[in-house]
Design a binder for this molecule. Structure first.
Ligand SMILES: NC(=O)c1ccc[n+]([C@@H]2O[C@H](COP(=O)([O-])OP(=O)(O)OC[C@H]3O[C@@H](n4cnc5c(N)ncnc54)[C@H](O)[C@@H]3O)[C@@H](O)[C@H]2O)c1
Length: 340
C-alpha cells in the first residue's frame, strides 16, 4: 500500500511537530501539502518535508493529491476545516479544541452524522499516553472497583500568551483535563463549579486581570467527582499528573524521569520543560494510530463527539467561573456513529 498523502493546515509549533513526525517517523505517511498565511513558516516546513505550498487551506482540503488532513491552525479555525474535511470525505486529525464554541463543535458532529460515519479524530493525545492508557485499562479491568474520583494537575511553565483569561485557560489548556476526566472515569459531566486565582496586581511582565490558576470541580453522572487544576505559571517547568481513585484502589500516572540526582543536600528528578517534551511519545503514537485508520478511510481515538462534550463542559466552566456559581449541564443524546 502506498504511503498516506497528508496535507497539514497551520505550520506553527504544533503543525511542524506533526509534519516532521508524519514525514520522518511514520513510514506509511508522507506530507504532500502545507498551508499557512505565515509564508516564511510555511516555506520552512514545506522545504523540511518536501511538500507543496497552498495559499488557501480549503484548496488544500479539496486537492485531489491530499488524502487526509491535519488541522493545526488556531483554535477558532478548527471547526470550519474539520467540516470541510468531512464533506470532502477525507479523514482528519484536528488539534484540540475541536472548536471554541459549542455551536461550532456541533457543526462538525452534524457533518459526521449526515455522512453516517466518523472522519474526525481530535488531538486529545493523552488517550495515547502510556500512563493515561494504563489508568483506563486498570479501570476497565475492575481492579480499582467503582470510580470515586478523578484528579488531574496540569502545570505550565509560564503564560503561553499575554493576558491569558479564565476562558482561554479553560478552553485551550484545561480542555485536555476535561477530556481526561471523561475518558478516565468513563462518565459524563452533569454539573461544574470553578475557582480562579489571578496574578497579583503589578506582577512583573503580566497584564492586569491575567489568570494564574484555575481549579474546577466536575460532578460526574453516577456520583463520582473530578477535581482538575491548571497552574498557568509554575516557574519550574511542565507537569501533568492524573489519578483515578476507586473503591478498591487508586492509580496514578508516574511522574518519574529516568534519572534521579543527589546534589547540594537534595535529591532531584528532572521535570519536563514543556509539552512537546513531556508528551513526545504520545504524539507519535497518536499520529501512528491516525495514519493506520486513515489509510483504511476512517479514524480512531477521540471523536468529534468527545470534542463537542469537552466544549460543552468548558463553556459551562467559563460560565461558572464568571458567575461564581455551580452550573448544571443538560444531558446530550449521543448519535449512533459515536458508539465505541
Ligand atoms: N495537543 C496538544 O498538546 C497541543 C499543544 C499545543 C497546541 N495545540 C493546538 O494546536 C494548534 C496550533 O497551536 P500552535 O502552538 O502550533 O500555535 P502557533 O501559533 O505556533 O501556530 C499556528 C499557525 O497557524 C497559522 N494560521 C493562522 N491562521 C490560519 C489559517 N486560517 N489557516 C492556516 N493556518 C493558519 C499561523 O500563522 C501559525 O503559523 C492550536 O489549536 C493549539 O490549541 C495542541
Amino acid at each position: 500500500m502506498s504511503a498516506l498523502a497528508v496535507g497539514v493546515i497551520g505550520t506553527g509549533m504544533m503543525g511542524e511537530v506533526h509534519a516532521r513526525l508524519l514525514n520522518d517517523r511514520i513510514g506509511s505517511a508522507r506530507v504532500v501539502a502545507v498551508s499557512d498565511p505565515d509564508t516564511e513558516r510555511r516555506r520552512m516546513v514545506a522545504e523540511a518535508v518536501g511538500a507543496a505550498e497552498f495559499d488557501d487551506p480549503m484548496g488544500l482540503i479539496a486537492a485531489p493529491e491530499v488524502e487526509a488532513v491535519v488541522i493545526a491552525s488556531p483554535d477558532h479555525s478548527h471547526a470550519g476545516f474539520a467540516v470541510a474535511s468531512v464533506q470532502a470525505g477525507k479523514p482528519c486529525m484536528c488539534e484540540k479544541p475541536l472548536a471554541t464554541t459549542v455551536d461550532d463543535a456541533r457543526l462538525v458532529v452534524d457533518a459526521e452524522v449526515a455522512l453516517g460515519r466518523r472522519l474526525v479524530q481530535v488531538g486529545f493525545m493523552r488517550e495515547f499516553d502510556e500512563g493515561h492508557a494504563s489508568l483506563v485499562s486498570l479501570r476497565r479491568s475492575g481492579a480499582l472497583g467503582e470510580v470515586v474520583a478523578v484528579r488531574s494537575t496540569h502545570v505550565n511553565p509560564a503564560p503561553w500568551a499575554p493576558g491569558v483569561t479564565a476562558e482561554r485557560v479553560i478552553t485551550q489548556s484545561m480542555i485536555h483535563d476535561i477530556h481526561s476526566a471523561r475518558f478516565l472515569s468513563g462518565a459524563e459531566v452533569e454539573a461544574v463549579s470553578a475557582s480562579v486565582v489571578p496574578f497579583a496586581a503589578g506582577s512583573s511582565g503580566v497584564d492586569d486581570g491575567a489568570v494564574r490558576f484555575v481549579a474546577a470541580r466536575l460532578e460526574l453522572v453516577g456520583g463520582a467527582v473530578a477535581l482538575l487544576d491548571v497552574n498557568v505559571s509554575s516557574a519550574y517547568g511542565y507537569r501533568v499528573v492524573a489519578e483515578v481513585v476507586g473503591s478498591e484502589g487508586t492509580a496514578r500516572t508516574s511522574e518519574g524521569s529516568a534519572v534521579e540526582m543527589w546534589s547540594s543536600g537534595a535529591r532531584v528528578e528532572k521535570v519536563s520543560a514543556n509539552w512537546p517534551e513531556h508528551f513526545s511519545a504520545a504524539y507519535l503514537t497518536e499520529l501512528t494510530a491516525w495514519v493506520s485508520a486513515a489509510s483504511e478511510g476512517g479514524v480512531t481515538g477521540p471523536s468529534a463527539w468527545d470534542g463537542l462534550m469537552a466544549n460543552v463542559v468548558a463553556e459551562a466552566l467559563v460560565d461558572a467561573s464568571t458567575r461564581g456559581e455551580r452550573v448544571e449541564i443538560a444531558r446530550w443524546e449521543r448519535p449512533a456513529v459515536y458508539e465505541r
